[in-house]
Design a protein around this ligand. Structure first.
Ligand code: HEC
Ligand code: HEC
Length: 384
């Protein structure tokens, strides 16, 4: 089913979901439009909708349970409940359960539980994150060379292009989605949803395309290689993580393309070398961009807009006045130009500006009267 994403739908979806879970008691007055005193414009925050009261919105301002400080709802969770919620799925597979799900099944779950917020094919919108923008491998290249990137599209940061580990996706969906019915999906459904999201990001696993027929399981999941796995500096994972971080930030070179006074001191004045190279950012090269980026840190050359009579003559007059093809008096032909100027210079200007016989107005060039006259003066000066 295809939903058109709009505010009203979103509100009804989240309210219906809340009611069906028996959350109505805690959300009363904060999530139900029209239920509390004088809500006007509902403000949407991550799918929950808070009324505006006295010009203020947000859970703390409008939550009617909050005045009395003590909430009187809920109870302390049991140890097992805590364990259930405090789940982690690590990049090395720790915490990742067995299970499997197909792209097809994932798409079905997506269409019924995710599409209303994340859009068709994960397109996002309305404040909800996109889960795909297309081919993750191609779009990953947009993350590089941001400092000199000349277009305005900017880097594409979605799961497929940006996240360094797929395990985060599995864990996040299981633990946090679908909002607000978190932790309601089976492990197989999560595998299916992950398979579907890989599919719309046009992933390959172990050389195999995650196509519409693909079935994802734990073993295959652990073979996923994210395009941006090496895109983050410093490397914080593993036992050397903290040491890597210390080393990285001890070296001011890592802060940007600056000229250093010494290896350990950050330069604060007159630091930029005119020939400084672009900072190295991992990933695609400059030539992967269309048009290719430049490593030169110059400002663009200013276009020369100053007037130059000789240049204008060459560009706009020489095709006729350079050769006697059309009966035009030729530059340098003293007799011809003497005949022309004998009419008086103002007449000559005027004939040129308005055109005469084979001479088009201003020679067909886009010139002010004064600039045209300067070109005429130039021609005459070369014909004496
Ligand atoms: C009621 C709206 C809603 C529904 C339904 C919903 N989500 Fe979300 N989802 C969100 C919001 C809001 C965020 C951003 C949360 C944040 O950044 O704090 C999000 C974030 C995500 C992210 C992280 C994206 C990123 O790049 O940061 C993933 C993945 C995701 N959702 C998957 C799903 C899946 C799969 C489903 C269906 C099972 C689902 N969501 C259903 C609202 C929703
Ligand atoms: C398409 C050809 C063509 C171009 C381009 C052209 N001219 Fe001419 N121009 C002529 C011809 C032909 C004449 C002779 C007209 C006549 O008197 O019969 C002429 C005559 C003139 C005259 C003499 C007018 C007079 O009073 O006798 C001037 C001055 C002149 N051109 C200036 C220019 C200048 C300056 C440009 C460039 C900005 C230019 N022309 C471009 C064809 C051209």
């Amino acid at each position: 089913m295809i939903f058109k994403l709009n505010k009203n739908l979103l509100i009804s979806v989240s309210v219906a979901a809340a009611l069906s879970l028996g959350f109505s008691a805690c959300m009363e007055g904060s999530a139900t439009p029209g239920a509390s005193n004088g809500p006007t414009v509902p403000a949407i925050d991550g799918g929950v909708n808070y009324p505006v009261e006295n010009g203020k919105t947000g859970p703390y301002y409008v939550n009617t349970q909050f005045d009395s400080v003590k909430m009187n709802h809920g109870r302390i969770p049991t140890k097992h409940e805590l364990e259930e919620w405090n789940s982690d799925v690590m990049a090395d597979g720790t915490g990742l359960p067995e299970g499997k799900g197909s792209v097809e099944m994932g798409e079905e779950v997506y269409e019924s539980k995710c599409v209303m917020c994340h859009g068709d094919f994960g397109s996002g919108g309305g404040g909800y994150p996109s889960l795909s923008k297309g081919n993750a491998y191609d779009l990953h290249k947009t993350l590089t060379n941001q400092r000199i990137k000349p277009d305005t599209d900017g880097p594409v940061r979605v799961f497929g292009t940006y996240w360094p580990q797929a395990s985060t996706l599995w864990w996040y969906i299981k633990d946090a989605m679908p909002h607000p019915l978190t932790d309601s999906l089976s492990d197989d459904e999560v595998y299916g949803l992950v398979a579907y999201i890989l599919n719309i990001n046009e992933f390959e696993i172990d050389g195999e395309e995650v196509d519409d027929e693909y079935v994802l399981d734990r073993a295959k999941f652990l073979k996923i290689k994210m395009p941006n796995v090496d895109g983050f500096e410093p490397d914080i994972s593993g036992p050397n993580g903290p040491e890597n971080v210390r080393k990285y930030f001890a070296n001011p070179k890592n802060f940007g393309a600056i000229k250093l006074k010494s290896a350990s001191e950050r330069c604060m004045t007159n630091c930029q070398e005119p020939t400084a190279k672009v900072v190295y950012i991992k990933g695609a090269g400059i030539s992967d961009f269309h048009p290719p980026l430049s490593a030169v840190r110059d400002l663009p050359v200013e276009k020369d807009t100053s007037f130059n009579a000789e240049k204008v003559y060459t560009e706009s007059c020489a095709m006729c006045h350079g050769a006697d093809g059309m009966g035009a008096p030729v530059l340098g032909d003293k007799a011809a130009w003497a005949a022309v100027t004998s009419k008086g210079i103002n007449k000559v200007y005027s004939n040129g500006i308005h055109g005469i016989n084979g001479m088009p107005p201003k020679g067909g060039a886009d010139l002010s009267d004064n600039d045209f006259k300067s070109v005429v003066d130039y021609i005459i000066s070369k014909s004496k």
